[in-house]
Design a protein around this ligand. Structure first.
Ligand SMILES: Nc1ncnc2c1ncn2[C@@H]1O[C@H](COP(=O)(O)OP(=O)(O)O)[C@@H](O)[C@H]1O
Ligand SMILES: [Mg+2]
Length: 233
């Protein structure tokens, strides 16, 4: 569903991404680990077509994102550290707006409230302005929007940084729910523990290179930490 083929990005003479090859299927939760500056956000931004590649290609559902960005965006949902929502609109108004933007006009208010509640938002919160929401609540709205858009692929850039452990745990459970509905998930994170608990695969990046891939089922928490640290030296 998400595929990078020799994907490159240079800024001036700096190689931020040096020929990435990556393939993420439906049902995968692929966690990208790596120090700041490793190229995680660059990778995600290339899939979103926020930036143009310097070489290679990023494909969503087999379509090159530079060739048909509107079509590929219909399949995608994006959850950064701060989900972009309209603070003066309610949770319900936000999900209605973004679902429509994604071409989904078919939902009643009750349908939209249902998405929010399924993502763990209290029913009465749906009518409150986003500006009154906690960070964890805003991330839940982000996932609810992904559900309403029927996104086939999710791109998450440090979505749980700054969340308390309970909110982070709830967020991880939501990702597993999306995974069970057949989404392909790519998540940049610094949380080795959650990567092991939630992820199916892990990719360790350093200085624009994908150094190693792991199947989370085949390694312990301690293994992941050890292997990660080995690559950082
Ligand atoms: N707009 C930009 N202009 C110049 N350099 C950039 C730009 N965006 C990112 N970089 C550089 O690209 C590299 C990778 O950055 P990034 O993908 O944000 O890393 P990560 O998300 O893993 O922390 C870094 O060295 C960063 O400084
Ligand atoms: Mg980043």
């Amino acid at each position: 569903m998400l595929e990078a083929i020799n994907l490159k990005k240079t800024y001036g003479d700096h190689n931020a991404l040096k020929g990435l090859n990556l393939s993420i299927n439906a049902g995968d939760i692929y966690c990208l680990l790596g120090a700041n500056g490793a190229g995680k956000t660059t990778t995600i931004n290339l899939f979103l077509n926020f930036i143009d590649p310097s070489g290679g290609s990023a494909k969503v559902n087999g379509i090159d994102v530079t060739e048909d960005p509107l079509e590929t965006k219909r399949f995608l949902a994006y959850i950064p550290e701060q989900v972009m929502l309209y603070p003066n609109l309610s949770g319900l108004e936000n999900i209605e707006y973004f679902a429509r933007l994604g071409g989904h006009n078919e939902y009643s208010d009750d349908d939209l409230r249902g998405f929010l509640v399924r993502c763990g938002l209290q029913a009465e919160a749906a009518d409150r302005r986003i500006s009154t929401y906690s960070k964890g609540m805003r991330q839940k709205v982000g996932v609810a929007i992904a559900l309403a858009k029927q996104a086939k692929a999710l791109l998450l850039d440090e979505p749980t940084s700054g969340l308390d452990p309970k909110a982070s745990n709830e967020f991880s459970e939501l990702l597993k729910h999306l995974q069970s509905e057949g989404a392909a998930i790519l998540m940049a994170t610094h949380d080795l523990f959650r990567a092991k608990e939630t992820g199916t695969r892990i990719g360790i990046m350093r200085e624009g290179n994908l150094m190693q891939e792991l199947n989370t089922g085949a390694v312990s928490h301690a293994d992941i930490e050890r292997i990660y640290l080995e690559h950082m030296h």
